[in-house]
Design a protein around this ligand. Structure first.
Ligand code: SF4
Ligand code: SF4
Length: 57
């Protein structure tokens, strides 16, 4: 399943977007967001997020 970002936890640090090999993560209005069409579930962003805001849907 695609990964999702919990907007209530995201601090907009941008680290996840830097590591995503598929450019699936972009900056939204209140939080970074993951495009489910581009996410390949590699888990790199999950490991990178300092506040554990990213999980599998
Ligand atoms: S799991 Fe991998 S492909 Fe999906 S958003 Fe995170 S870094 Fe990108
Ligand atoms: S790494 Fe975590 S806190 Fe930083 S932008 Fe991504 S989801 Fe938000």
């Amino acid at each position: 399943m695609p990964h999702v970002i919990d907007a209530s936890l995201c601090t907009l640090c941008g680290l996840c977007a830097e590591v995503c090999p598929n450019d699936a993560i972009s900056e939204g209005e209140d939080a970074y967001v993951i495009d489910p069409e581009l996410c390949t579930d590699c888990d790199l962003c999950t490991e990178e997020c300092p506040v554990e805001a990213i999980s599998e849907q």
